[in-house]
Design a protein around this ligand. Sequence first.
Ligand code: UDP
Length: 239
Amino acid sequence: MKNKNKYNRILLKISGEFLKDNYTGSINIDFIKDLVDQIYLLTQFGIKVGLVVGGGNLFRGSDLEKLGMRRTISDHVGMLSTVINGLLIYEFMQKYKIKSRIFSSTRLDGMCERYRLDKVNDALENGYIAIFCFGLGVPFFTTDSAACIYGIEIKADILLKGTKVDGVYSSDPLVNSSAKLYHTLKYKEALNKKLKFMDYTSLILAYENKLPILVFDMHNPKVLHDIVINANSVGTLIY
Ligand code: UDP
């Protein structure tokens, strides 16, 4: 299907926090179902979708380090958390017969395919959603960095970063009621203002490779359609 979508190839990054059900402590099935529905709808418009899921609902390396663990091991645990989350989403996609493949930056035989750009591009071209897990496979990085690298590698038109707030603010809106929401930001502005929506490594990767980033509120159940198909102006665009 030839289309006039705003974006035709996207890399969606979701924090692991979204997968946590704060009441039961288990997984948030409603969120996963909604996410899977939203992504599936995009593929029906011919959009190629790559997905990176964080591991923050389970473990983050920096938190474990504070408990006295070595950073490298902590980050391995963090990266394995992203595999658990990726597999959960992959399983839901399989259950609903949505074409998807899950790739890992390290060997996880029997669970994930090993990441290789050509394989991923083939999958995308054939209408499969590509889920990336185990981050970049190296410690001291985050899944935001992984999302930037994979976004750049698959030549995504944009990195969509779904968050719990409606965009990037001048300061924390929960602390400062006069905090200003930016609708657009240049990479350098975002770096100079030391805004904390993404780590510097990731932002610099995006900047140097001209990958635009849209930060938006993922709670809206139609938000991906609004952004990608309806071209609604949502969140903060960093370009
Ligand atoms: N991580 C890593 N290298 C990577 C990606 C992730 O070491 O390339 C580890 C790191 O410890 C991180 C954890 O995996 O804290 C989970 O990822 P992240 O914190 O980005 O998850 P999110 O906050 O998005 O849920």
